[in-house]
Write a protein that binds this ligand. Structure first.
Ligand SMILES: Cc1cc2nc3c(=O)[nH]c(=O)nc-3n(C[C@H](O)[C@H](O)[C@H](O)COP(=O)(O)OP(=O)(O)OC[C@H]3O[C@@H](n4cnc5c(N)ncnc54)[C@H](O)[C@@H]3O)c2cc1C
Length: 477
C-alpha cells in the first residue's frame, strides 16, 4: 500500500464505477458494508467500491494491483466469520457486487439458471419458482445474502441432507481472477472432466482466489407434497437411529432434520410469544423433520406417519406431532427458527459451527457437554443444528450470574476444549460458515501440515501477490 497515491487511484476508481459508487469508510452509506455480525471485528476499508458489471470488476481488480491495494470481495455481508472484515491499515478495498443482480437466463430444458453474484438468494429463488423450478439453498438470511457470498462461503443451511451444500448446485462460474482477467465458464455442463475442477476450487474459497461475478445453478423440481414432524427423543443416540429410520422408510425424502436441546427449545418458547410446543416438553432433546417430494399425490404424509409410529413403537422417539398444512408446518418450523434470536437475547454466547459423522454426535456430546460445564460452571449450552448432515451449532450461552465480558474471557479456552474433541473424532471446526478471519489460527492449529501446504500452494498459484482477501482462510507463512 505504501506506494498508493490516494488521489490517483480514487479518481481512477470513480472513472470506472461512477463517483457515487465509491464510498469512504466514514460515509453514512458505508455503514451496512462495514457491519460485522458477531461484533468481533471492526472493519474499516480503504474505500467501498460497487461495480455494476464483470468488466468493471475486472478493471477495479487491475487498478488495485497497479496501486498495490488488495481486494475484499463482498456480497450481502451476512457472513458470520469476519470474511469481509476489511482492514484499512493493510490497504484493503471492499469490492461489493450488490449492483450486479441480473438474472441472465433460465434454461428450462437444462434446468439451470444463470445469475449475477449480487442477486439475493430470495430473488433468485422467486425467479426459479416463477419458471416452475426450485433453487434448493435454504438459509434464514435469504433476503439479505447474495449468490456471490453463498458461493464464496459454500453455504449450507436447512436442506443439505437432501440437496447438498451450495457447491452441489453449481454448474458453472464466471470469475475475475486475481490478475484481473475474466474466466468465463458459464457453460452449464453437467459433465466436464477436461481438467481440474476449477468451479469447486472457487466455491468456498471465501474471496481469497478471485471474485465470482456470475454462476450457473442447477434447479430442482418444486416440492408438491410436504410434511413436518416435531418429535421428542430421550437421547441423541435414539435421535440418530430415528433419523436413519425416517430416511429409509420414506425412500430418502427427508429434506430437513434439525436437532435441538431442551435448553434451546425452552429459550425459544420463552422468547417467541407465538411459539407453541405441540407435545409435552419433557425430554432432553427434540427433532424437527421435514419430508418433501416433487411427485404428485398426497401419499407422503401417510408414509411419514407410519415411520413416526414405528419409531415411537421402537422407543426411538417418545412423542410426536405431525403437520402437512402450511400453517401447521410453519408453526413447527417457527420453534426452530426462534432459537438463534432467543439465544442472542440471553447475552453473550460462544459459538462453534462444527460437523462430525452423524454416528459420532452422541459420543461428542457425551464428552463435550460436561467438559464445557467444568470450564464455566453454570454455562448454558444451547445446542441445535442440522443433525441430518452432522452439523451442530454447539453454542454456549453465558451463565446468568456473570457479565458478557467476563464470559468472553473463557472464549479461547472453550474453543480449544470443544475443537479438540471435534478433531479427535475426525470432525470439522468450520462446518458451514467457513473460516473467514475468525478461524485462521484454529485451522492452522488443527489441520495437518500436508493440508496446510496444499492450501498455501493453491493460494500462491492463483493469487501470487496475495491481493485477494488477505488475512482470510489461510496464512502464507
Ligand atoms: C440470520 C442468518 C442466518 C444464517 N443461516 C445460515 C445457514 O443456515 N447456513 C449457512 O451456511 N450460513 C448461514 N448464515 C451465514 C451467511 O448468511 C451465509 O454464509 C451466506 O452464504 C453469506 O452470503 P453473503 O452474500 O452475505 O456473503 P458475504 O458475507 O458478503 O461474504 C461471505 C464470504 O464470501 C466471500 N464473497 C462474497 N462475495 C463474493 C464474490 N462475489 N466472489 C468471491 N467471494 C465472495 C467474502 O469475501 C466472504 O469471505 C446465516 C446468516 C444470518 C445472518
Amino acid at each position: 500500500m505504501a506506494n498508493a497515491d490516494r488521489a490517483d487511484w480514487h479518481a481512477a476508481l470513480c472513472a470506472i464505477v461512477g463517483h457515487t459508487h465509491v464510498l469512504d469508510s466514514d460515509d453514512e452509506a458505508a455503514r451496512s458494508y462495514l457491519k460485522e455480525w458477531r461484533g468481533t471485528f471492526s472493519p474499516v476499508a480503504r474505500c467501498i467500491v460497487r461495480p455494476e458489471s464483470t468488466e468493471q470488476v475486472a478493471a477495479v481488480v487491475r487498478l488495485a494491483a497497479a496501486h498495490d491495494l488488495s481486494i475484499v470481495p463482498q456480497s450481502g455481508n451476512t457472513g458470520t466469520v469476519g470474511g469481509t472484515a476489511a482492514d484499512d491499515a493493510n490497504g484493503q478495498i471492499l469490492l461489493n457486487v450488490d449492483r450486479m443482480e441480473v438474472i441472465r437466463e433460465i434454461d428450462p430444458d437444462n434446468a439451470t439458471m444463470t445469475v449475477e453474484a449480487g442477486c439475493t438468494l430470495g430473488k433468485a429463488q422467486r425467479a426459479a419458482a416463477d419458471a416452475g423450478f426450485y433453487l434448493p439453498i435454504a438459509l434464514a438470511s435469504r433476503e439479505m445474502c447474495c449468490l456471490g457470498g453463498n458461493l464464496g462461503s459454500n453455504a449450507g443451511g436447512l436442506n443439505v441432507i437432501r440437496y447438498g451444500n451450495t457447491r452441489d448446485q453449481v454448474l458453472g462460474l464466471e470469475v475475475v481472477t486475481a490478475d484481473g482477467r475474466v474466466w468465463d465458464n458459464l457453460s452449464g455442463l453437467r459433465k466436464d472432466n477436461s481438467g481440474y475442477d476449477l468451479n469447486d476450487l472457487f466455491v468456498g474459497s471465501e474471496g481469497t482466489l478471485g471474485v465470482i461475478t456470475a454462476c450457473v445453478l442447477g434447479l430442482a423440481s418444486p416440492p408438491r407434497q410436504r410434511a413436518v414432524a416435531f418429535c421428542a427423543v430421550s437421547d441423541v443416540e435414539a435421535a440418530v437411529r430415528f433419523q436413519r429410520r425416517i430416511r429409509q422408510d420414506t425412500g430418502d425424502q427427508v429434506t430437513g432434520c434439525e436437532l435441538m436441546s431442551a435448553q434451546a427449545l425452552s429459550l425459544a418458547l420463552a422468547y417467541a410469544p407465538d411459539a407453541e410446543c405441540p407435545i409435552e416438553a419433557s425430554q432432553a432433546w427434540y427433532l424437527l423433520i421435514e419430508v418433501a417430494s416433487a411427485a404428485r399425490g398426497r401419499w407422503l404424509s401417510g408414509i411419514f406417519a407410519e415411520a413416526l409410529t414405528a419409531g415411537r413403537d421402537a422407543g426411538e422417539i417418545t412423542a410426536y406431532a405431525i403437520a402437512d398444512d402450511e400453517p401447521g408446518m410453519d408453526a413447527l418450523w417457527h420453534l426452530r427458527e426462534s432459537i438463534p434470536p432467543a439465544q442472542s437475547a440471553e447475552g453473550a454466547s460462544i459459538k462453534h459451527d462444527i460437523s462430525l459423522p452423524v454416528s459420532r454426535l452422541p459420543a461428542f456430546l457425551q464428552v463435550a457437554l460436561p467438559d464445557v460445564a467444568a470450564v464455566v460452571p453454570g454455562i448454558r449450552p444451547c445446542v441445535f443444528g442440522h443433525v441430518g448432515d452432522g452439523n451442530l451449532h454447539f453454542n454456549l450461552t453465558r451463565p446468568q450470574d456473570i457479565t458478557d465480558a467476563d464470559f468472553r474471557e473463557y472464549e479461547a479456552h472453550l474453543h480449544r476444549v470443544v475443537h479438540d474433541h471435534v478433531v479427535a473424532m475426525r470432525g470439522s471446526v468450520a462446518a458451514e460458515h467457513g473460516v473467514g478471519r475468525l478461524k485462521v489460527d484454529e485451522i492452522q492449529r488443527v489441520k495437518s501440515a500436508v493440508e496446510i501446504d496444499m492450501l498455501r500452494a493453491i493460494k500462491r498459484a492463483l493469487d501470487p501477490h496475495g491481493r485477494m482477501n488477505p488475512g482470510a482462510v489461510v496464512r502464507l507463512t
